[in-house]
Design a protein around this ligand. Structure first.
Ligand code: NAD
Ligand code: DAU
Length: 348
């Protein structure tokens, strides 16, 4: 099996790469990543010498590059994670999201279609990793199911919704064997410290303010990243073609409650007086178009594929905090920008 994983140097992608490389030694895993600010080869340090892991630096927006790798390597499957992933950045620069998330996805679809049409597409699979944000915002009740209408509110979620539609359209029009998953908020090791949990862990360590957007009453459904990687493995191998699956932890937290819990655990870990870190909480201007609440109904993947999260939120958060405290060098390299030299040191 020759599997293309895109975005494998990023947060979730690095967990997927490690899982596939170590669990399936007979597979060759081709990790294509542009190494944007979010891509970090230090995330894969422990497996950089594994023979079945091939890193290829490249941009999925570049059609020629995409066509070339598909001509050279006859991929049996694509696990597509590469994306611009941060909502706040999408508000500042929507076009970057259109380019990578939409055009990049269509480039990959075209290249897959071309090689799989020549061949028999039986046994091939295009797997698009997507987000619950495509469904828009929930009110105080209800859950997103696989049949909830798409209603994206941010440039990020609009670009992911568009790429989902393209994948589905290639399935209908060209019989592309595809599967899509829509997952809730991930957290865990290797999380880039621009997102809520790693940013706040970093700021607490450095005694910096914790900028809670608006009143902090926004709700997210949190899932430990290894549990997402586990679901991706399962769906890639056992999911049904032309289906979508929602993935989530049945684990809703209002931001302000989550931040208070995080502060209290950090006080314990850093041997500070309980309440010290909560004093850093600062309410700041709200995110424009901020979705009130996301919550996933993961019944389908649980019933059909037997997936369920392996850790509770409290366990996952402790593991995450322990990882960040034990990997201060990773965090320092990211915040200083030094991680961006890693490719040159390793591959030039
Ligand atoms: P991330 O930002 O940490 O990583 C994205 C990776 O893609 C980086 O390594 C980056 O270098 C690479 N990349 C970006 N543009 C590229 C391009 N043009 N060509 C090649 N590589 C490029 O993102 P993440 O949080 O790991 O998310 C991965 C995927 O999962 C995304 O598709 C995202 O939409 C989806 N997702 C994320 C979450 C979450 O909570 N983080 C939840 C659900 C779905
Ligand atoms: O739901 C899945 C999505 O989760 C993924 O598709 C995205 O790629 C991922 O970035 C994440 O999006 P969010 O916008 O929910 O994540 P973020 O960590 O940016 O914000 C989580 C919540 O915390 C949100 O309500 C905004 C709030 N927040 C965030 C930051 C960075 C703050 O209050 N302060 C902050 O500084």
């Amino acid at each position: 099996m020759r599997i293309l994983v895109t975005g494998g140097a990023g947060f979730i992608g690095s967990h997927v790469i490690r899982r596939f490389v170590t669990k399936y030694p007979s597979y060759n895993i081709y990790n294509v990543d542009k190494l944007t600010y979010a891509g970090n080869l230090e995330n894969l340090k422990d497996i950089e010498n594994c023979e079945n892991h091939v890193f290829i630096k490249g941009d999925i927006v570049n059609e020629q590059f995409v066509n070339k790798i598909f001509e050279e390597i006859n991929f049996d499957g694509v696990v597509h994670l590469a994306a611009e992933s941060h909502v706040d950045r999408s508000i500042k620069d929507p076009l970057a999201f259109v380019k990578t998330n939409i055009i990049g996805t269509v480039n990959l679809l075209n290249a897959s279609k071309r090689i799989w049409e020549k061949d028999n597409s039986t046994g091939k699979r295009f797997y698009h990793i997507s987000t619950d944000e495509v469904y828009g915002s929930l009110g105080p009740d209800g859950l997103f199911t696989e049949t909830t209408c798409y209603d994206p509110n941010s440039p990020y979620s609009a670009s992911k919704a568009s790429s989902d539609h393209f994948v589905r359209a290639y399935g209908e029009t060209y019989n592309m064997p595809y599967v899509i998953t829509n997952c809730s908020n991930n957290y865990g090791p290797n999380h880039f410290p621009e997102k809520l949990i790693p940013l706040f862990i970093n700021n607490i360590m450095e005694n910096k303010p914790l900028p809670v957007y608006g009143d902090g009453k926004y709700t997210r459904d949190w899932l430990y990243v290894e549990d997402h990687a586990d679901a991706i493995d399962l769906v890639f191998h056992r999911g049904k073609n032309h289906e979508t699956y929602n993935i989530g932890g049945f684990n809703e937290w209002q931001n302000i409650d989550l931040v208070r819990l995080l502060c209290d655990i950090m006080d314990r870990k850093l041997a500070r007086t309980l309440g010290t870190s909560q004093k850093l909480i600062t309410h700041v201007k709200d995110r424009p178009g901020h979705d009130l609440r996301y919550a996933i109904d993961a019944t389908k993947i649980t019933k059909e594929l037997g997936w369920r999260p392996s850790v509770t939120f409290e366990q996952g958060l402790e593991k995450t905090i322990d990882w960040f405290l034990a990997n201060k060098e990773w965090l320092n390299n990211v915040t200083s920008g030094e991680y961006q030299d890693y490719y040159d040191k390793m591959y030039s």
